[in-house]
Write a protein that binds this ligand. Sequence first.
Ligand code: FES
Length: 103
Amino acid sequence: MGKIQVGNITDIDILGSRTIQIDDIEVAVFRLSDGTVKAVENRCPHKGGKLSEGMVCGSSVHCPLHDWKIDLNSGEVHKPDDGCITTYLTEVDETNGSIYITL
Ligand code: FES
C-alpha cells in the first residue's frame, strides 16, 4: 500500500495518541516522551484492547484492559506475557511536521 500521511506531529500531545482507520486496519499512532512517533496495530494480542487508550511509558504502551506491556519498537509483548503486534515504519517530515507511515 506504500507510504500514507496520517496527520501532523502537532496533532498528538507528548505521550498521547491518535487512531487512523486505513481500510480494515486500525492504526494507533503514539508520540513518545522523546518526541519520536510510533505506529502499531491498535489491537492488543491478548483480548483486543484498544492500545491507543493505554498509558505510554518509555517506549512501551500498557494495554488499558489487563495491563500487558507492549514494546512500540518491536511490537513484542513484555514477559511473562506473550504475543506480538504489527508495527509500522513511521517518518516525520521535519519541514512541516507531517507524519507518514508505511503499510
Ligand atoms: S486485552 Fe490487552 S492485556 Fe488483555
